[in-house]
Design a protein around this ligand. Structure first.
Ligand code: NAD
Length: 478
């Protein structure tokens, strides 16, 4: 379904994020027929380029990062014709009147702030001063949204000077993932799961986001942030909210975000012994975190595991184990809902513990499976085995799944449609910082030293112990 005609201005249009994700994503939406032919994408950045030079840059971006199906595509010239470029600097006056003159009346105006957060205030101010943004305009802002509660509040206040909350789209691309939305479809579209979705039937929940890459070129930025700020405060907490929230009355922005906020506010403070921080060490083939970050004394964590708890009726006593890290064994992101053991087994001699596990895989191989216990086929008697009921999208849905939009493009289309359901509201972001701030302050006060772990492993041994000592184990990262 095509969206309304729009002018989308990408501040930071020459940057890494724009070339790698935003523009290839928009091209895919163009190919899907979702972008009306008179819509425009206007790059805006400091570089002194003309429109053709930017189009060349976009073409290179699509060829390098868009995947084989986009490379050299016949329709690329038609897409590039819808692109324009203005050179502007958020901090100087020049260029802005030109951008103002480009804007058209009666089309949706959206402004993507794909620049450092330090520039958000200046951009908002200029958009206002030159009357480029109007009452219906939307702005999209990227992570990091602050580095603690105070800075997030300041950022919210700055944006609020010129934009209403319903104009602000705080992007968390995890919410745009097909499987994450499917998690909500499975939970709220089936009668099967909701009755079991509580502390009577759920033993615990695991959320893992494992990466194989290290910090590489981003070491300078990452070293000031660490896994807690870079991954947990936003992505993992958003996933936690969706899995733990009460059913919203409607699948609509206000209702969904109200429920997510309640989850964050119900999170208990985490004692230090429920957290394991790690940092990857050097091995014979790869440098250590400290080498890559260029900081030989760095105490920043490239891995973190947390045992969180939600203090409400539904989840009281159910641990939520969160884990994320770099340089781990595999690129593997998953939410696993591990159900309780059977109260009694009727099968004589079956000593093994069989557990139903609903696993929602974000990558690779997006899909959902439910581990169930069945009889081993054959004449061996009543021998039980555990097997997944597999709902891998690529298998179940074939072509349709292959054509599913990726996270960024879906979210940008939501911005044009004015649908904020999959974006973070200001109060959610602040509540998330209010939970993470005391944890981070605790480390800083204690000079907490992260545990070293081997590149290519599952993280520090202490993280395994976090579950072992409670008779549980992490799911394999593979
Ligand atoms: P980048 O350094 O590659 O690009 C920065 C862009 O900002 C350039 O286009 C530059 O011209 C523009 N810019 C810089 N100063 C400016 C000014 N004074 N006025 C106008 N434009 C100016 O950065 P990036 O990697 O594309 O990241 C952009 C934002 O997105 C950052 O906030 C980053 O944290 C966030 N982000 C990036 C990624 C990613 O994968 N690159 C992922 C998530 C979030």
């Amino acid at each position: 379904i095509p969206v309304d005609v729009f002018d989308l201005v990408i501040f930071g249009g020459t940057g890494d994020l724009a070339r790698r994700k935003i523009l290839p994503g928009l091209f895919r939406r163009f190919l899907a027929g979702q972008m009306p032919p008179d819509s425009r994408i206007i790059g805006a950045a400091r570089a002194d380029l003309d429109a053709d030079a930017w189009r060349d840059m976009v073409r290179e971006g699509i060829d390098s990062f868009g995947g084989p199906e986009l490379r050299g595509h016949d329709s690329l010239p038609a897409f590039l014709r819808q692109l324009d470029y203005v050179s502007v600097d958020a901090t100087v006056e020049e260029g802005w009147p030109k951008l103002a003159a480009l804007m058209r009346p009666d089309v949706v105006r959206a402004f993507y702030f794909s620049v450092a957060p330090g520039l958000f205030g200046a951009l908002a101010e200029r958009l206002h001063q030159h009357a480029i943004a109007d009452q219906g305009s939307r702005i999209v802002v990227e992570k990091p949204f602050g580095r603690d509660l105070d800075s997030a509040r300041a950022l919210n206040r700055t944006l609020a000077e010129h934009f209403r909350e319903d104009q602000i789209y705080r992007i968390d691309h995890y919410l745009g993932k097909e499987t994450v939305q499917n998690l909500m479809a499975v939970r709220f579209g089936n009668i099967l799961f909701e009755p079991l979705w509580n502390n009577h039937y759920v033993d615990h929940i695991q959320i893992t986001v494992a990466e194989t890459v290290g910090v590489e070129g981003r070491g300078g930025y990452y070293d000031k942030s660490g896994a807690m700020r870079d991954m947990v405060q936003n992505h993992l907490m958003q996933l936690l909210c969706l899995i733990a929230m009460e059913p919203p009355a409607q699948f609509e922005a206000g209702a969904v975000r109200d429920e997510k906020l309640k989850v964050i506010r119900a999170l208990k403070p985490v004692p230090a012994h429920h957290i394991v921080r790690g940092q990857y060490d050097a091995n014979h083939e790869a440098p250590s975190y400290r080498d890559e970050a260029g900081n030989p004394r760095s105490f920043t964590e490239s891995f973190i595991a947390i045992r969180a708890e939600i203090a409400n009726w539904r989840w009281s006593g159910v641990p939520f184990y969160l884990r994320t890290g770099k340089k781990l064994r595999a690129r593997h992101s998953e939410i696993a809902v591990v159900f309780k053991d059977l109260p009694h087994s009727i099968f004589e001699g079956d000593e093994r513990r069989h557990r139903n596990i609903l696993s929602i895989r974000l990558q690779p191989n997006e899909g959902i499976d439910l581990t169930v216990t069945i009889k081993e086929p054959g004449p061996g008697g009543m021998r039980l085995i555990d097997r997944p009921l597999d709902m891998t999208f690529a298998k179940a849905l074939g072509e349709e799944a292959a054509e599913a939009p990726d996270a960024y493009e879906r979210l940008i289309m939501d911005v044009i449609r004015g649908n904020q359901t999959l974006f973070m509201r200001g109060d959610e972001v602040e509540a998330a910082w209010a939970w993470t701030d005391p944890i981070i302050e605790g480390w800083e006060k204690r000079n907490d030293v992260p545990k070293l772990y081997d590149s290519g492993s599952s993280g520090p041994d202490d993280a395994l112990m976090l579950l072992h000592r409670e008779g549980r184990r992490w799911r394999d990262i593979r």
